[in-house]
Ligand binder design. Structure first.
Ligand code: NAD
Ligand code: UDP
Length: 337
């Protein structure tokens, strides 16, 4: 299949491109590199033996998107491009709404104009808000607690409306839980621009010595050890979920939301212990107050993905931590020449 991958040089996008190229799909990436490096492309080539086609452009740029659709004629789109830092979204909400929501609407308009109506969208478990009790399933009410989450919710709702208006659209909103890990080669992985917001990149940068100490946000939650519990999923499993979603679009009309998670919960202290063991470095941490907006426990009901996509996560936590450490220890400064 000929595919357009927005945000394809990013963390999840690059792992998905690797799996797509390995299966023989034809891929063009559009990314403005606001949160990724062009060096990803040569790393993808090293892994797959194929250099993906790449256009440096912003998804808000309608002319650039029109050119891409005219030139490459993709049959389907996987839409990863977006800004994703929750804290930053509170500080610069308009940038988030413009980039994520306006950018998505421009993309969908250009897709419609070129009669490309097959789409897989990167949504998030954040759309379950704070009022549902895990395991979270797709029938539960959605809500958002910050501008980033609201952009995901808005885009999902736009896509449900779009599919209702025109039955030619086939759309899957994949609600990711907590992607971690890296490709087994150690050649691609997560490389945050600034100080990481998420737990795993923070822990691995402490282990490699770039950061002094992890702050554990609260140990007084109603969880087995008092620290927050999340559903961590290997990024390669997540990438494979996109392949299954793309295959499923052919038999699906309308718009459907599907969780991509493992169904298992792991606490912050379990991650710290596991990472210390695997890296051979005791990760120093201190307990600090809870982070505003955090929920005690979040994990998926992963049954729908199995039923509809024929997909389930295969990689366990040890593999997730080992692969994270291989990436971090062989690329201590991330993507550099
Ligand atoms: P990432 O930042 O590594 O990748 C996103 C890519 O999009 C980057 O390469 C960035 O340069 C690009 N981009 C951003 N705005 C753009 C624009 N206007 N035009 C063109 N390119 C643009 O993030 P990721 O972790 O790979 O996440 C991919 C998607 O999955 C995002 O939409 C994110 O919100 C969503 N998601 C991520 C997580 C997570 O924990 N990583 C969880 C749930 C959902
Ligand atoms: N967390 C932490 N210290 C950090 C980053 C995260 O203790 O520096 C905790 C956070 O409170 C949550 C878990 O780790 O319980 C996962 O946080 P992350 O931001 O990675 O994912 P999210 O909360 O968005 O699911």
């Amino acid at each position: 299949m000929k595919l357009l991958i927005t945000g394809g040089t990013g963390y999840i996008g690059s792992h998905t491109v690797v799996e797509l190229l390995s299966l023989g799909h034809d891929v063009v990436i559009v990314d403005n590199l606001v949160n990724s490096s062009e060096l990803v492309l040569s790393r993808i080539e090293k892994i797959t033996g194929k250099m993906p086609q790449f256009v440096k452009a912003d998804i808000c740029d309608r002319d650039a998107l029109n050119d891409i659709f005219s030139t490459y004629k993709p049959e389907a789109v996987v839409h990863f491009a977006g800004l994703k830092a929750v804290g930053e979204s509170n500080d610069i909400p308009l940038s988030y709404y413009h980039n994520n929501v306006t950018g998505s609407v421009v993309l969908f308009e250009v897709m419609a104009a070129h009669n490309v109506k097959n789409l897989v969208f990167s949504s998030s478990a954040t759309v379950y808000g704070e009022n549902n009790v895990s395991p979270l399933d797709e029938t539960m009410a959605t809500s958002a607690t910050n501008p980033y989450g609201r952009t995901k919710l808005m885009i999902e709702e736009i896509l449900f409306d779009l599919a209702k208006s025109d039955s030619d659209w086939s759309i899957i909103n994949l609600r990711y839980f907590n992607p971690i890990g890296a490709h087994q080669s150690g050649l691609i992985g997560e490389d945050p621009n600034d100080i990481p917001n998420n737990l795993l990149p923070y822990v691995s940068q402490v282990a490699i010595g770039r950061l002094a100490q992890l702050q554990v946000f609260g140990d007084d939650y109603n969880t087995p050890d008092g620290t927050g519990v999340r559903d961590y999923i290997h990024v390669v499993d997540l990438a494979l979920g996109h392949i299954k979603a793309l295959e499923t679009l052919a038999t699906l009309s309308g718009c459907q939301a599907i969780n991509l998670g493992t169904g298992n919960g792991t606490s912050v202290l379990q991650i710290v212990d596991g990472f210390s063991h695997i890296s051979g470095t005791k990760v120093p941490f201190k307990i600090v107050p809870r982070r505003a907006g955090d929920i005690a426990t979040v994990y998926a009901n992963a049954a729908l993905a199995k039923d509809v996509l024929g997909w389930q996560a295969e990689r366990n936590l040890t593999e997730m931590l080992e692969d994270t450490w291989r990436w971090q220890s062989t690329n201590p400064q991330g993507y550099t020449e």
